[in-house]
Design a protein around this ligand. Structure first.
Ligand code: HEM
Length: 191
């Protein structure tokens, strides 16, 4: 998992108001207290899962509650860090249509082609004629709750009403996740 994700999680622990949360989570995962995650480096996926689990335990949050808090912190962070990704999208539909491409840009700096391929394969986004998006998410992480929280947060940022239908979900036993995104108040794009 590229370190941007863990970096934002550690900042969220700092901002949680729970004294020593960052140090405690790192200790539980077996990492030194001064651990820093580089934004351009790929780290162990199982470690990212463990960081999330321990963050939930230390902050007394369910995974979904943690994803909600994380999504808000992540969008605030990424707006500052990558303003162009937001500026180039007029609305949340345009932004969410680009999300997989943004991930691919982030992965493009990794040396290992197999890891780049794994990151690129996690999301496939299909724009439909009526402007809806169909998003296939296939990852052993099964962080679909994060997908949903981030999509809602992006829609909030742009002031758009977004309706999401979960057509398939790995959490409930399907082979992969499939989300259908619909913007009831945005006009149908011109063909
Ligand atoms: C500027 C915007 C964004 C940036 C820079 C960004 C960057 C990243 C990076 C670097 C990862 C780690 C990839 C890996 O190592 O596998 C990641 C993971 C993830 N991102 Fe994004 N992302 C952005 C927006 C979004 C949005 C809008 C969504 C959802 C609507 C999203 C959903 C996810 C999910 C669910 C994962 C976990 C994937 C997995 O490992 O299963 N991201 N993102």
């Amino acid at each position: 998992m590229i370190g941007l994700i863990q970096h934002v999680l550690l900042n969220l622990l700092d901002d949680s108001g729970v004294p020593g949360a960052r140090a405690e989570v790192l200790r539980r995962v077996g990492l030194p207290e001064d651990t820093r995650f580089r934004l351009d480096t790929d780290y162990d996926d199982a470690q990212a899962d463990a960081l999330l689990d321990q963050a939930c335990a230390v902050l007394h949050l369910t995974r979904d509650q943690a994803f909600e808090a994380y999504a808000s912190a992540f969008v605030a962070d990424s707006r500052e860090r990558f303003p162009t990704f937001y500026a180039m999208s007029a609305d949340s539909r345009a932004f969410l249509a680009r999300q997989a491409a943004i991930h691919n840009v982030m992965a493009s700096g990794l040396r290992d082609p197999e890891r780049r391929r794994q990151i690129n394969d996690k999301f496939h986004i299909t724009p439909l004629d009526n402007g809806d998006l169909q998003v296939a998410y296939d990852s052993p992480r099964r962080w679909c709750g994060l997908y949903l929280a981030l999509a809602r947060e992006v829609a909030r940022f742009y002031g758009d009403r977004l309706e999401i239908t979960v057509a398939q979900c790995r959490q409930r036993g399907d082979g992969s996740c499939l989300f259908h995104l619909h913007w009831p108040e945005l006009p149908t794009p011109q063909q």
